[in-house]
Design a protein around this ligand. Structure first.
Ligand code: 2BA
Length: 107
């Protein structure tokens, strides 16, 4: 048994949630915040049998897009040359971690 932790862009969260549920996966969605951009994202907890891991990750991948973001650059000014003040980073699709689960109980 594995726990899939998937951090997903908020704009993709509804679609990821709906499609995981449609395929029979039990899902918990937690509101989370990225430490770098300090903006909201969604973290999914999905516990699955070992042989279902790739299927669940496939659903997440199919509904998570890469997005470009503009971020401020903290560069020191160098002489009188104009310096760029922003840069671009790519966020997502999804960041996924797979952990072993020793035991699972519904009490
Ligand atoms: P954030 O921490 O807000 O990061 C958003 C994006 O900023 C990252 O996209 C990456 O492109 C960039 N980034 C993050 N930290 C950076 C740094 N120290 N220097 C330069 N650029 C940096 P993703 O890699 O797609 O990550 C999306 C979100 O997934 C992250 O949001 C964070 O919430 C989570 N995440 C990513 N890697 C993680 C990790 N190793 N552990 C825990 N959470 C992670």
């Amino acid at each position: 048994m594995k726990l899939i932790l998937a951090i997903v862009n908020n704009d993709d969260a509804h679609s990821v949630n709906t499609n995981l549920s449609k395929d029979g996966f039990a899902v918990t969605k937690i509101s989370s915040t990225g430490g770098f951009l300090m903006s909201g994202n969604s973290t999914f907890l999905i516990v699955v049998p070992d042989d279902e891991v790739e299927k669940a990750i496939g659903v997440i991948a199919a509904h998570s897009q890469k997005r470009e973001h503009t971020v401020p650059l903290d560069l020191p000014v160098n002489g009188s040359y104009p310096q760029p003040t922003t840069g671009r980073i790519t966020v997502g699709g999804a960041t996924v971690f797979v952990l072993n689960v020793e035991d699972s109980r519904h009490l």
